[in-house]
Design a protein around this ligand. Structure first.
Ligand code: CP3
Length: 320
């Protein structure tokens, strides 16, 4: 999940100072950072070191990622004229360093590499708010005041995501994840009205590229059955919903990813172990559970605890 690196001293060493968006132009450093948690912990898949605002940045929208804050746009997206700042993405010209990094990672890994993109709602919320937001007020206001403009924004962002995922799949990623981290801010009816169509467009396109598609959001309990209707092969869930109720909402024909509370990883081991045991019990003997945290690794997490988590899950789930 996001920002696995932030709790690793070796990440901070390679990362240096300045915007993450500058580091991402250097395939050697991207490869090294992507491989760090794999080498340290022995996890079963790697996720490309990148960010969900890479595409908007690359087409010149005017957005940066400020350390300790998150994505910031000096001039947020508010009017139809701002749509001009979201021209189509041309991966060969705009993001050749992503393709180069994927190829380099794949050549050095003997486990699958997961590529990813930001989903329309979550990326739109950063462009419209201009900064990380708790309530997403500007975004919701724009949706309901000018639904046509919101639809046009979401459709352009869907096209960015499709093009970006296609470039990553062509370069060799084995699966893709669509991050819709903040979609849980929406009511089911707003999800249906504003988000379902552009998101389904991406998931349908990604599936046709021949790789499994994971769709992830935080606080999505009431949205899960709608999210499953997008056709995603795997739904990623956070700890606010018990894994077994989430799975019954999604349907057992889909896989599920989750859902240990990252904050629990700051607790004494017996507490962490209990949290893991509960999740594994909820998954039962069913195939199709990808064990994961419900969201990103928190910076104060002790790497020794993460190692215990990985080793314990492996020991508990090893099959003959
Ligand atoms: O584990 C990984 O590092 C994988 C790569 C990854 C990053 N961002 C690197 C990153 C992934 C998958 C993301 C996706 C991302 N970016 C999401 C979706 C997933 C999620 O976390 O919900 C979102 C919402 C963002 C936007 C974003 N980028 C935020 C809110 C921040 C935090 C700012 C901060 O400093 O706390 C970032 C920056 C960011 N992206 C970091 C990393 C490793 C943090 C620090 C840095 O700049 O090095």
């Amino acid at each position: 999940m996001r920002q696995a690196g932030r709790h690793l001293p070796e990440y901070r060493d390679v990362r240096g100072k300045g915007s993450i968006l500058d580091v991402l132009r250097d395939p050697d450093r991207v490869t090294e950072i992507t491989l760090q948690p794999v080498h340290r912990y022995g996890v079963d898949a790697a996720i490309l070191y990148s960010d969900i605002v890479v595409t908007a940045h690359a087409v010149g929208f005017g957005i940066d990622v400020v350390e300790g804050v998150g994505p910031m746009a000096e001039s947020p997206l508010r009017t139809p004229a701002d749509l001009d700042r979201l021209r189509p993405l041309e991966p060969e010209v705009d993001t050749p360093w992503v393709t180069a990094a994927v190829k380099q990672c794949v050549s050095e890994l003997d486990i699958p590499l997961i590529g990813f993109a930001g989903a329309p709602f979550t990326v739109a919320s950063y462009l419209i708010e201009g900064r990380p937001s708790r309530d997403h007020l500007q975004t919701k206001q724009l949706m309901h005041t000018d639904p046509q403009l919101f639809a046009a924004i979401a459709d352009r962002l869907a096209d960015h995501a499709i093009t970006h995922l296609h470039a990553q799949v062509s370069a060799g990623v084995s699966a893709v994840q669509l991050f819709d981290s903040w979609v849980g801010a929406l009511s089911p009816s707003d999800f249906q009205r504003f988000v379902f169509e552009p998101t389904t467009k991406i998931i349908t396109a990604a599936k046709s590229m021949g790789v499994p598609v994971i769709y992830f959001g935080v606080g999505t309990s009431e949205l899960l059955s709608l999210m499953a209707k997008t056709g995603a092969d795997v739904l990623g869930v956070d700890w606010r919903v018990p894994l077994d109720s989430a799975w019954s909402r999604i349907g057992y024909d889909r896989a599920i990813q989750g859902n240990l509370d990252p904050a629990l990883c700051l607790s004494p081991w017996p507490e962490v172990k209990q949290g893991i045991d509960d999740i594994l019990a909820a998954a039962g003997d069913r195939a199709g559970h990808i064990f994961n945290l419900g969201h990103g690794v928190l910076p104060p997490t002790d790497p020794a605890t993460m190692q215990q988590v990985v080793d314990y899950v492996h020991a508990q789930t090893a099959r003959q």
